[in-house]
Design a protein around this ligand. Sequence first.
Ligand code: 25A
Ligand code: L14
Length: 349
Amino acid sequence: MSKKLVVAVCGATGAVGREMLKTLHDRNFPATEVIPFASARSAGSKVPYGDGELTVRELTEDSFAGVDLAIFSAGGSTSLKFAPHAVKAGCVVVDNSAAWRMDDRCPLVVPEVNPQHLEAHKGIIANPNCSTIQMIVALKPIHDAAKIKRVVVSTYQAVSGTGQKAIRELETQVRQLFNMQEPEVNVYPHRIAFNVLPHIDVFLENDYTKEEMKMTNETVKILGDPSVKVTATCARVPVFYGHSEAVNVETVAKLTAAECRALLSQAPGVQVYDNPREKMYPMAIDAAGEDMTFVGRIREDETIENGLNMWIVADNIRKGAALNAVQIGEELIRRDLLRVKDEDRNTFL
Ligand code: 25A
Ligand code: L14
């Protein structure tokens, strides 16, 4: 490690921020220094890093001098406020919030799918929504082979996507219910323990949730193909880690289930786990803590000419957030793109 490479993790005390620190360390990211930032109330606290700990600093507009890469997972409003100052200081931002994803100036990247979009970056690169990421690593090879016309997806999403406070809420409600107490409801609009909520993020004009429309819009941007139609229903389930998705895909060309299985077996970041006779299919409890996206229950949709059904599971905090963001950092280094051009520094101010 000869060249200096300073990495800031912004939102380092949160559920995703902690996983970002772990991922940077576990993958031997070539950082010469890693600095954890969070809000003022966490300044001075410690976060684990490798065998040791790092002291959290308060994130301010002046935090980015001498920082080469800042990875944000501190909520959209924090990203909107601070990322432009990072870029001004010459620091490249990888942002995990929804704030910059549909901005034309910001590439939206899954390294296994569209790494070439990084070439045009102006300082901020957006990390897609967790549900989009795991779906698109499996859909990309299918799109390349048979051209996707339409996708119908239903999600079963873990509470960890909402952060540490939601993880605690599920734990607390389960404990309260087993003790015959009235469960406290704070984070979600209704009880999540032993329940399913067809409601993630806010409702929009068209009665879809914002989470559902992210899957529709982000898929088109990442594939660079507006002809791909995605319609989604996103549900919250009482699972701590790991999102599951039932995905129906209609293609232009015929792809048999066997061909699809063979294709996905070769796909980067994907592991086919599909042996129904042996009761083998992807499950959230097995995907938790893993880097791969698992695909199973691959079968032909017998109601249309060219259609497939499958079940896709991944750890929403890892591939859905921290891992994908760190992989973007690795790809930026590989392509020698970890810098902000002088003429781009004021792009977002
Ligand atoms: O995704 P999250 O989890 O919601 O986190 C979002 C991230 O964005 C940051 C935020 O920092 C967090 O890191 N963030 C928000 N606004 C920001 C801003 N303006 C910002 N960063 C920069 N600028 P934070 O400082 O707001 O949060 C710090 C801690 O506060 C706790 N917290 C969160 N929401 C809260 C709240 N406390 C009270 N009320 C709320 N509404 C939260 O603590 C966060 O760390 P915690 O729940 O994560 O952890 C509490 C204790 O548990 C330990 N712990 C946490 N995670 C793990 C853990 N121990 C082991 N493994 C873990 N994975 C902590 O050590 C702590 O003792
Ligand atoms: O990244 O699960 O846009 O509550 C916002 C909602 C992440 C998941 C995003 C959730 C999502 C989150």
